[in-house]
Design a protein around this ligand. Structure first.
Ligand code: NAP
Length: 251
């Protein structure tokens, strides 16, 4: 269990859900992990504690990825703690489901600022720390990119934009030995899908009906793919959009 031995990884939005699972799985594979969060300090502390209790190494850094100064601090603190950076996982994201009549400039900017601008800012900062030795970027996109749903116009657009960034940058950064891929989770049970009321709703039933493997995904399902993409097992893979979704064919 040491596919990521001594690698240093930043996981954004790792206080909850998919990000927390990725942080724990990375640490279990030997990575030193930076657990980033925006506001849920207690949850993030629990993730760091769980990693330490299992013999792993992790630090906690608060930073809002949509703010450039916060991103600079996140990478400075990573550098101070570990001296290098090998892996960036852009997981921090928000989803708002709104009929077009209710889409506001505020909801547009909130979702684009975190899901898209935030990822661009972290990638720019990561490239400075990869510093010619290469590196690995994983963008957590969504099945909503490939299969936009009703009321998800803005959210789906953010994830389609993120996938375009993945493909564009794979071409731009391959010569620098930087791999970049998108994971497209299907419907996954997380704190986020609980607080937005998806879990327990008719929408959840429909999602499961449309999933051949017949259940909601769990954060661990996504974390296992992130470990694979971050490891040398995926050394020949870049610029891909990989669905991890139980085969979901519609939202
Ligand atoms: P979640 O349970 O709501 O957790 C979101 C995480 O992102 C939290 O750790 C949160 O930190 C962090 N975050 C939010 N805004 C941030 C910001 N500005 N800066 C830094 N961190 C921030 O979400 P999830 O369901 O695990 O989703 C994680 C990712 O997977 C998202 O990108 C989402 O779009 C994608 N995804 C989810 C599903 C699904 O069904 N769950 C499906 C497809 C794709 P704080 O709590 O500290 O704010």
């Amino acid at each position: 269990m040491s596919k990521l031995k001594n690698k240093v990884a930043i996981v954004t939005g790792a206080s909850k859900g998919i990000g927390a699972a990725i942080a724990k799985y990375f640490a279990a594979e030997g990575a030193k992990v930076v657990v980033n969060y925006a506001s849920s300090k207690r949850d993030a502390e629990q993730v760091v504690k769980s990693i330490a209790d299992n013999g792993g190494t992790a630090i906690l850094v608060q930073a809002d990825v949509s703010k450039e100064a916060d991103v600079t601090r996140l990478f400075d603190e990573t550098n101070k703690a570990f001296g290098v950076l090998d892996i960036l996982v852009n997981n921090a994201g928000i989803y708002q489901y709104l009929p077009i009549e209710l889409v506001s400039q505020e909801s547009f900017h909130q979702q684009f600022n975190i899901n898209v601008l935030g990822s661009l800012l972290t990638i720019q900062a990561a490239l400075k720390q990869f510093d010619g030795k290469g590196g690995n970027i994983i963008n957590i996109s969504s099945g909503a990119s490939n299969m936009p749903m009703a009321t998800g116009s803005v959210y789906s657009a953010t994830k389609a934009a993120l996938d375009a960034i993945t493909i564009s940058l794979s071409k731009e950064l391959g010569a620098k030995n930087v791999r970049i891929n998108s994971i497209l989770p299907g419907a996954t049970e997380t704190e986020g899908t609980h607080t937005t009321g998806i879990m327990g709703s008719d929408f959840e039933k429909k999602l499961v009906e449309n999933t051949p493997l017949g259940r909601m995904g769990q954060p661990e399902d996504i974390a296992k793919m992130a470990v694979f993409l971050a490891s040398d097992d995926a050394a020949w893979i870049t610029g891909e959009k990989i669905s991890v979704s139980g085969g979901i064919y519609g939202f």
